[in-house]
Write a protein that binds this ligand. Structure first.
Ligand SMILES: [Zn+2]
Length: 79
């Protein structure tokens, strides 16, 4: 599952705090030359979607659980 990236891929790793629930997580986004496009990833705690430039769907690792004391899921507004 956690296989190392291929040699021609570059991995960018950054940390993000969820603006909805306060969880902190690490995002691993792989890049290939000229292959990046908008990819979505979701907060592992509430499911709120974020977007970044990457070649594949980014992987997310939870660093700190949500801080708002709730258990609800973020509701994407589709309207
Ligand atoms: Zn969240």
């Amino acid at each position: 599952m956690n296989e190392p990236a291929a040699n021609d891929e570059e991995l960018s790793i950054f940390e993000k705090s969820c603006g909805y629930c306060g969880a902190r997580f690490r995002v691993l986004a792989s890049h290939v030359p000229y292959g990046d496009h908008a990819e979505q990833y979701a907060c592992p705690e509430c499911g709120k979607h974020y977007q970044t430039e990457a070649a594949l769907e980014p992987q997310v690792q939870l660093l700190r659980p949500r801080a708002d004391g709730k258990t609800d899921r973020y509701q994407e507004t589709m309207f």
